[in-house]
Design a protein around this ligand. Structure first.
Ligand SMILES: [Fe+2]
Ligand SMILES: [Fe+2]
Length: 173
């Protein structure tokens, strides 16, 4: 039987027999995927000056990652494995950027950033670097976070980016 779930991090709905292991939209772990009644908007929270500056940095990282992964999608044949992998990575990073702008109460900026490094292997290497950098940053932002909402946000993002780091590493083996 199909049930309606909602991700408590990004707020996206999901229909399925059971909750997915990771949110297909933002990559949050299963413990954040709940019944639709349990959702409250994570971003409806006051940010301290430190939290604001961390969120701006988060947005910058997510915008660059989205732009980069979208460029990799374009440089790989449609429906090929690299094209599919980077399409999903770009989707998740875009969802992260969309959440960051909601926290900041600003408009979504244009997706501008780096471009493909020229081969699947090089792009996987760069992906690993970017994701490692993001994890490190978000671990610091998690420590700075005062509000519970922000703590949940960075906990979910760290989980998602670790998944990206893992899959890029696995593809490189
Ligand atoms: Fe989500
Ligand atoms: Fe991200």
């Amino acid at each position: 039987m199909v049930e309606l779930f909602v991700c408590k991090i990004c707020g996206e709905p999901y229909l399925g027999g059971k909750a997915p292991d990771d949110c297909p939209f933002c990559g949050a772990p299963k413990n954040y995927i709940k019944s639709v009644e349990e959702f409250t908007e994570l971003w409806k929270t006051e940010l301290s000056e430190q939290e604001k500056s961390d969120m701006q940095e988060t947005l910058d990282l997510e915008i660059n990652a989205t732009a980069y992964y979208l460029d990799v999608v374009k440089t790989n044949e449609k429906y090929s494995k690299p094209n599919r992998l980077f399409k999903q990575l770009a989707r998740v990073e875009q969802e992260h950027a969309e959440m960051a702008v909601k926290f900041l109460g600003i408009e979504l900026p244009e997706f501008k950033g780096e471009t493909s490094k020229g081969s699947f292997e090089k792009d996987l290497e760069r992906t690993k670097e970017l994701e490692t950098e993001a994890i490190k940053k978000y671990q610091g932002f998690l420590k700075n976070a005062i509000s519970k909402n922000l703590k949940n946000f960075y906990t979910a993002l760290i989980h998602a980016e670790k998944g990206h780091q893992d899959i890029a590493g696995k593809e490189l083996e």
